[in-house]
Design a protein around this ligand. Sequence first.
Ligand SMILES: Cc1cc2nc3c(=O)[nH]c(=O)nc-3n(C[C@H](O)[C@H](O)[C@H](O)COP(=O)(O)O)c2cc1C
Length: 200
Amino acid sequence: MKTLVLTAHPDLTKSRINRLWFVALSEQENTTTRDLTAIGGETQQFDVETEQTLLLAHERIVFQFPWYWYSAPAVLKAWIDQVLSYGFAYGPNGDKLKGRECLVLVSTGGPAESYHAGGYNQFTMDELLKPYQQTANLTGMTYLRPFVLNGLAVAEETDLAASVPAMLSHVLDPELDPKIKQARLLKQIAEDQAQAAAIS
Ligand SMILES: Cc1cc2nc3c(=O)[nH]c(=O)nc-3n(C[C@H](O)[C@H](O)[C@H](O)COP(=O)(O)O)c2cc1C
């Protein structure tokens, strides 16, 4: 499985966590990382053909960003608006992303308990990430369980370092789609039953 990581941070050199994740992901096999701010430049203009060709070469698309005002930094919106175009991602023959997987990797300043009903942010991250879920849905991608690291406002260096292996095992898990995991388990059960029947 090939993974494309689209990192949307306004300045990775000033980042505490997304830079760590970006570097760790860049070192993985079968993984392509893209710093969208560096690529899009000041005008946030993307070469649509290059971006779409890259999408076609990967099975899992990861949107990585720090949580800014209950959304992603503007460069990700610019990339989405330009690259997920009519006839490519939606509309007539717009089925090029169908069957791929989409995963959100996000850090928040607010603590985990704030992202619940009754917390000061009122809504869960699953609720607040609905636009990404529906973008995946409309384009025929399977939306995977996001990886969310909360509490960056008070996180210690040890928390940041500890998140790296947890993030890697989540983002690169080939069975993150429960349908894929279930299919393997059912196949295993059928094989075990066939083996038991052959012995008895
Ligand atoms: C402009 C801006 C808006 C932000 N909005 C939110 C927000 O809505 N909710 C939240 O929990 N944190 C918010 N934060 C905190 C960031 O999510 C946090 O600093 C970031 O995840 C840290 O990632 P980094 O170390 O890679 O920069 C905001 C930060 C900035 C600079």
